[in-house]
Write a protein that binds this ligand. Sequence first.
Ligand SMILES: [Zn+2]
Length: 141
Amino acid sequence: MPRRKFALSKRLFIAARADFLCEYCHTPEDFSPDLFNIEHVIPLLHDGTDEDGNLAYACGGCNGNKHGHVAWDDPQTGVHTSLFHPRNDNWQEHFSWNEDLTLLLGSTPKGRATIDLLEMNRLGLVNLRKALLAYGAHPGK
Ligand SMILES: [Zn+2]
């Protein structure tokens, strides 16, 4: 499927709405080595649309791991569950930080399934979170 380009004004709207954070792992774009993408929460493949309510701002790692998926198994129960939807779901309801703010914890089946599929605790992110803490720019602070 060809990549779609969004107008600059649309990109800025989506990025600002996300506060320039990945709407999944909450990595700040300014400090991420990944390019950020506007992603279709429900992929076009699954009849998702280009409407603002189906668009999210995501780092290349989360976006690449999510790919065309809309659901994944909760690693705790094995139950297939829909993924976190940045427009319809509340991030704080599904995710929290561990005590030292290096790992994301899933508070719900949806949170755990999304963390698992998107690998939201990949080593590069854990190390980046440590650096952001030291620098005073951690998104959970
Ligand atoms: Zn991310």
